[in-house]
Design a protein around this ligand. Structure first.
Ligand code: B1M
Length: 212
């Protein structure tokens, strides 16, 4: 077995050593970071999700696969760097209240950082108040929220309310994303922007701040 298939299999199995080695050989063989992510790592997590839905995998295995993917992401992080860039804007990012999924959020943070944004990552299970407090404290340009559970999506709307209550809603742009989040939902809760994946999150962030 070779290439992305071996990488995907290793992530599904939670075999960190093999997955990291496969990621390294894909990098060495000149594969693009986008392909490593889409065809290797994200493809693996999609399969993990399917196996979980059909009862072939359980939370501990899902966690092990997540840990494996995070280790592979550490390896490709430097490849996102676009070189010496002028600071593009301050972004406060986090996964919303009661949601512990952070792989997609980390990917978005990593790509934004690589594109020159200054990132303050609040982690997971971030309360609306915490988002608002930090955004106010650092004078953020963008508040970026990730949700992976349909049950935690309402926390995005609560966070927008918290930004209003903190008196900074007109000073920050709000971006939302995550697998169950849609463009319509973003419009409904009056977010400024929605992005389906990490690459478009960078483009949307640039658009929001009128950066080319
Ligand atoms: Co959970 N989980 N999980 N899980 N998990 C999902 C999300 C699920 C779809 C699996 C399934 O049933 N098929 C399902 C959600 C169903 C729903 O509500 N729609 C689910 C469930 C049910 C649960 C639990 C409730 C399970 C349980 O305990 N019974 C539980 C909830 C815990 C909690 O959060 N309170 C749970 C727990 C976990 C683990 C902790 C074990 C682990 C997470 C570990 C971690 O993140 N450190 C986990 C995992 C790994 C998954 C799956 C398998 C993979 C998620 C992932 O990392 N994908 C997932 C199934 C799936 O997604 N296929 C599943 C890869 C990642 C790169 O993609 O995060 O979508 P994603 O990010 C994308 C885009 O969405 C976008 O960019 C990224 C790609 O470029 N994006 C943004 C993300 N954030 C963005 C923000 C933006 C813009 C774009 O702007 C700000």
């Amino acid at each position: 077995m070779s290439g992305f298939k071996a990488l995907t299999e290793a992530v599904i199995k939670g075999d960190i050593q093999t997955a990291v080695a496969e990621t390294q050989s894909a990098v060495d063989a000149g594969s693009s970071v986008q392909d490593i992510l889409d065809k290797g790592l994200i493809a693996a997590m999609d399969e993990v999700g399917e196996k979980f839905t059909t009862g072939q995998m359980f939370v501990p295995q899902m966690l092990r696969s997540a840990k494996t993917m995070q280790e592979c992401m550490k390896l490709i992080k430097p490849l996102f760097q676009e070189g010496e860039l002028a600071a593009k804007g301050k972004v406060v990012i986090g996964t919303v209240r009661q949601d512990l999924h952070d792989i997609g959020k980390n990917l978005v943070a990593m790509m934004m950082e690589g594109a020159g944004f200054t990132i303050t990552d609040l982690g997971v299970d971030v309360s609306p108040e915490k988002f608002a407090e930090k955004a106010k404290e650092i004078g953020a340009d963008i508040v970026a929220m990730s949700a992976l559970l349909s049950t935690t999506m309402p926390a995005m709307s609560d966070t927008i309310k918290a930004l209003q209550e903190a008196g900074i809603r007109d000073k920050v742009k709000v971006m939302v994303g995550g697998a169950p989040v849609t463009e319509n939902f973003a419009l409904e809760i009056k977010a400024d922007s929605y992005a389906p994946d990490a690459g478009s999150a960078v483009m949307e962030a640039k658009k929001l701040l009128s950066i080319s």
